[in-house]
Design a binder for this molecule. Structure first.
Ligand SMILES: [Zn+2]
Length: 87
């Protein structure tokens, strides 16, 4: 399996932010970083869509009684953000 690198994404901050989204959802990040993420989501549609998807998935996982979001989820979301970033 070969994955396309997401080097075409318009904002390199997205990938860094992306790695922190699950922590953000678990409220494990400090306040300034949370605000940074929220500010980014305000102006980045791709990240906002991904965050909405992630929030929904986390809610479903919790309903199902799982404490943690599976590792495969972050990989799937990374593919999603790559798709959204394409023109
Ligand atoms: Zn972004």
């Amino acid at each position: 399996m070969s994955e396309h690198p997401v080097h075409t994404h318009p904002d390199p901050r997205c990938r860094e932010l992306f790695a922190r989204m699950s922590e953000y959802l678990d409220n494990e990040l400090d306040g300034s970083l949370c605000r940074e993420i929220e500010a980014h989501l305000e102006r980045c549609h791709a990240c906002k869509v991904c965050m909405t998807t992630l929030q929904r998935t986390v809610a479903l996982c919790r309903q199902a009684g799982k404490a943690q979001v599976p590792d495969s989820l972050s990989r799937r979301l990374r593919e999603l953000i790559g798709t959204l970033a394409k023109p």
